[in-house]
Design a binder for this molecule. Structure first.
Ligand SMILES: O=C(O)[C@H](CS(=O)(=O)O)OP(=O)(O)O
Ligand SMILES: [Mg+2]
Length: 231
């Protein structure tokens, strides 16, 4: 296999066998906890307008996400994993619009398998990709995309995932957790004067939560949709 780590939310990569898009703070931690809460699927859209238009057609959809990290007027939910755990989500369809994770995913469709994850589900995702690779009859091309252009949270998680896929021992979960907590992306959550960000979100984003499912993007729908796949 060839396995490469990239950083950014608008990369145009050559076709691959597997793309894994990482957003630790906070989009795909939100997605993971949404599935744990019983969500059926998560549509990914690139703009607030697209999300609002979808809601007009499908009033039962729940809109979740942020602009510049802040909750969006007209949306049902922000981009907070803590908030997601407090909602009744069984069989709901979520629509996600976020700055880094969702945007990077919509730029990463040129692949056979597309997975998304935060740190909470990173190990399970990486082990699944490791298995796919062991069953493949050719040399797979794998991209790991750390969606924040400069955030060490996503980069640390990317290194961890690569490490698990390769079966090497170069970075521990504890080291990833420390790098997430100290990344510059996290700092606004610990600013007591900034009430837009809840420090408890970082607890959700920086701990592993074994769940026995991965999040795969179905690219064959008009709107790409994250689906839960039990493993
Ligand atoms: O809301 C978030 O956590 C971020 C935006 S910011 O980097 O905090 O401003 O969006 P995401 O797409 O989840 O990285
Ligand atoms: Mg992020």
């Amino acid at each position: 296999m060839t396995i490469a780590i990239h950083q950014g939310n608008n990369l145009e990569l050559e076709r691959s066998d597997i793309n894994i898009v990482i957003d630790v703070i906070r989009a795909f931690t939100v997605a993971h906890y949404a599935f744990l809460g019983g969500v059926r699927n998560i549509l990914l859209v690139k703009s607030t307008d697209e999300a609002i238009t979808l809601k007009k057609k499908h009033p039962h959809y729940l809109l979740a996400g942020e602009e510049h990290g802040i909750a969006i007027k007209g949306f049902d939910l922000s981009n907070s994993p803590k908030q997601i755990t407090q909602e009744r989500l069984t069989d709901k369809t979520l629509v996600q619009k976020t700055t880094n994770g969702v945007k990077a995913t919509l730029h990463s469709l040129n692949t056979k398998h597309l997975f998304v994850t935060g740190f909470s589900n990173a190990k399970c995702t990486a082990e699944y990709v490791r298995k796919l690779n062991s069953l493949a009859d050719k040399k797979l091309i794998i991209n790991i995309i750390a969606s924040h252009p400069t955030g060490d949270d996503d980069l640390a998680c990317a290194e961890y995932i690569k490490n698990v896929i390769l079966g090497s021992n170069t970075i521990t979960a504890a080291e990833v957790r420390t790098r997430i907590i100290h990344s510059h992306v996290t700092q606004k959550f610990f600013d007591e004067t900034n009430l837009d960000f809840d420090p408890e979100d970082i607890g959700f984003c920086s701990k592993e939560h074994n769940s026995h499912f991965i999040m795969e993007v179905n690219k064959n729908r008009k709107i790409p949709v994250i689906e839960r796949k039990n493993v």
